[in-house]
Design a binder for this molecule. Structure first.
Ligand SMILES: [Zn+2]
Length: 185
């Protein structure tokens, strides 16, 4: 603003508008401030996960909600929270951070799922061997239980495997390995 314009405003404002130039500045600043706060609140809703707070020190995450007794509804609690572990204030969590964390968690779940699958596969392989060993050693072997467990493993692995046929083959194999006992029966 030029010096002349400012001088004019200072002189004209009280005369024509009933308040001072400085008063106009303050009013404009207040209006701008209120507008900035509205904009901040609008953006905060887009940026932060509602009701979620995280402790920067210990990593504790809280999701809190308000219960509205009158309507019976819930809403996110966006009030500041203190860490339950006594670290101090907790921070709001951005949608981006929450998204990254979810990807990390999914990767962990996928890895763990792969490991579990390998364990089930190993068990599935071991079951018939154990069953055969029991039969050969004339230990009590529960065919029904073995079949059940093999079926369970097959279902967990998502494979079609004729457990009954496999067991029959194993019984034959076992009786071949103990010809004397088989002959007696
Ligand atoms: Zn903490």
């Amino acid at each position: 603003m030029s010096e002349i314009t400012e001088k004019l405003l200072r002189e004209m404002a009280p005369k024509y508008w009933g308040y001072t130039y400085e008063g106009v500045e303050v009013r404009d600043a207040l209006l701008a401030g209120a507008e900035a706060m509205r904009e901040r609140d609008r953006l905060a809703k887009l940026v932060y996960v509602p009701g979620m707070r995280k402790c920067a020190k210990c990593g504790c995450v809280l999701i809190t909600t308000n219960l509205h007794v009158d309507t019976g509804g819930f809403s996110a609690n966006n009030e500041p929270q203190a860490c339950p572990n006594g670290c101090g204030p907790m921070w709001p969590v951005t949608e981006r951070d929450a998204g990254n964390e979810m990807v990390d968690r999914m990767e962990t779940v996928a890895r763990e799922r792969g490991e579990l699958r390998e364990t089930v596969k190993a068990l599935r392989k071991a079951l018939p061997v154990l069953y055969t060993m029991c039969m050969v050693a004339k230990l009590p072997a529960d065919a029904e239980k073995a079949r059940e467990m093999m079926k369970w493993a097959d279902e967990a692995l998502g494979v079609e495997y004729p457990a009954d046929a496999a067991l029959s083959a194993l019984r034959e194999e076992a009786s071949r390995q103990q010809p004397k006992e088989a002959a007696r029966e």
